[in-house]
Structure formats: structure tokens, C-alpha cells
Design a protein around this ligand. Sequence first.
Ligand code: FES
Ligand code: FE2
Length: 361
Amino acid sequence: MFIQNCWYVAGWDHEVGADNLFSRTICGKRILLWRDANGDVHGFDDRCCHRGAPLSCGRKEGDSVRCMYHGFLYDASGACIEIPGQDRIPPKAGVRKYPVVQSHRWIWIWMGDPERADPALIPDTHWLDDPDWACTPPGYLHYDVNYQLINDNLLDFSHLSYVHPTTLGGSEEYAQLRSQIERLDRGLRITRWFMDRPPAPFVAKLLEAKGMTGNVDRWNNYDFLLPGVLIMDSGFAPAGSGAEKGQRKDAIEFRHCQVLTPETENSTHYFFAQPRNFDKDKPEVSEGLFKSILTAFEEDRVIITAQANNLEPGFEPVPCGLDSALAQFRALIAKQIDKERQEGLGQPVVFSAAPGHHMGM
Ligand code: FES
Ligand SMILES: [Fe+2]
């Protein structure tokens, strides 16, 4: 079961070009994403209502999509507008259309009740295309595990010391630190300050080039929002320079944006990018950071996949103090799924041609 009434990232903007019919499975449903002549993105069930062929195997015709099995033609609302050889279109002929919004390089899709798809609920990731920030290339990894295991990982940074000693972590002291955790409307706010220590390996050279050779104060402060969205303010400043009080003149800062979108119960899409406020005109810094981050995220994928393959039915985890944030977040997800189940969501949605069903956004 997945939360239905929330925005999921369906892809990077460049994945859905002017001409291609892009298909991706999200929360167990195959979704077709395509652009009309204005460049607006639409999301349909990727299954022709006639006999079920994927529409992504079809053809774009202006602002319509034609199934290339027997030729049913669909307009941008998902309604079937042409059936070869007959004038009458059955009222039920159409495919489900999902609310879709492109916002700062990501394409977001709402899997639940279209009436509740409020774009104001889309998390702010403006750093991804803000000219005041430089960004790493668009990141994507595929995981063969349930998304909640990756949420768990991102909600407990103590793993940096053990999974990423030569990349993001660097010292076992980092795992001694306890995060400060606050509840938000749709998630948690995590605060971690690590003061007066050597810098993490992945930024050591960058700091050295700026003459920052001594100890640093490091922060990883992030909001983690339903269903699995991490927006992080992180950075490094000379030790004692007052970054924790807002003095960031000599600091280097990042705004990591990372999202997990369930593909199925046992697989996950992971989208990520690392905007920064320094060396903005140096593509080689973007490339170098991207390589380091990818190496580190592969380290996560190895241990999380091994963990997933090792979990037997009936295994009872023994909780400890490190688990506070992830336990709270799992409870938030369970509560939301339960609420939606009581409201009758989470059931298969049957196409209805009633006006208003095809919500365009
Ligand atoms: S399956 Fe699409 S037109 Fe027949
Ligand atoms: Fe990690």
C-alpha cells in the first residue's frame, strides 16, 4: 500500500521530451507521461482502454496520443475521440488522467483524489534551477527494495560513519551525535551540528583550495516530508566562525534535494541533485561532486539491498536511540495510509467519463 494523496516525483523534466512517450511505473501503476504542443506535461494510465496495449508504444499526434494497436485516439483529457471505422464513441472510452505539475526540473504526479491535488503542497526545490545556485547533473538510481528502507537510511545520518567513511562520513564520532527532531505538518525536521572537526573527505580538497585547511563546523539540517522527500541545508564553515548563529560568510553551502518514489512494493526510483552556492561557474566542480555523491549513494545501495535481501518474515528489529526519526516517519506513513483506507482510497480506480474527472493542471 502506498499513500495516494500526495505528490510523487515522476521524473526529470528532460526525460519527457517534446516528442517521446515516456513510461514509468509509479506506486505499482504504469504511467504514460507526454507533452502537448504547449510543452505542458500530461500523465495517463499507460494502458489503452480498448484491449490494454501500452499507450507508450503509440504515437503522438499534435495534442493527442494514438494507440498503435488498433488506432484509438485520445485527447489531452484522456478521453477517446476517435475509433477507426465507427462514429460512436462509447461513453466509457478513455484513460485515467492524473494531475501533473512540472516544478523546478522535476515532474510531480498526484496518484490520489484529483480534487485534492493542490500544487501548493509540492515541496520547494527552487535551488535546482535557480541561477544563484550551481547544480550537479540530474541524478537517478534504481533500487530493488521497498522505499521505506531508503527513507530509514536518510532519516538516520549516523550511518555516514560506517557506510561512508571515505566519502561523506569520515569519523566514527559523527555517529555519536544525536539529531534534534521536530514534527512538521507533513514530516520531520532534523538538525545535526558537528562542531570543530576535520572536514568530510568529499569536500576536503574543495575547502583546501579556498584556504580552509583547519577544522570545520558542519551541519546537516533537513526537512523530510511525505512520502520520501529530503530537502537539506548543509555546509561547512571554519570552526568557530558562528555558522550555527547564521554567520555563513566563509561557509560553503549545499541544498540537497532527494526524493524517493515507490515503483512497486519492492522497487524504488531515487532522484537527487546537489545545488551549491560556491564555484558556481566551474562545471568540473559539479562533475567532481556528482561522482563523489554517486559513489556514496552506491555505498548506500549496497548495504540497503543486502539488508532487504536479509530480512526474513517474522524478523523483529531491536530498536535503539538512533531510530527515533525513522520510527516517527514510519508511523506518519502508516497513519496516512490508514486514513486513506478508511476514506476508500487505495482501491483500484475505475475510469469514469464524468466531467471533472480528467483534471488538467
Ligand atoms: S489496444 Fe489500443 S486500440 Fe486496441
Ligand atoms: Fe548514506
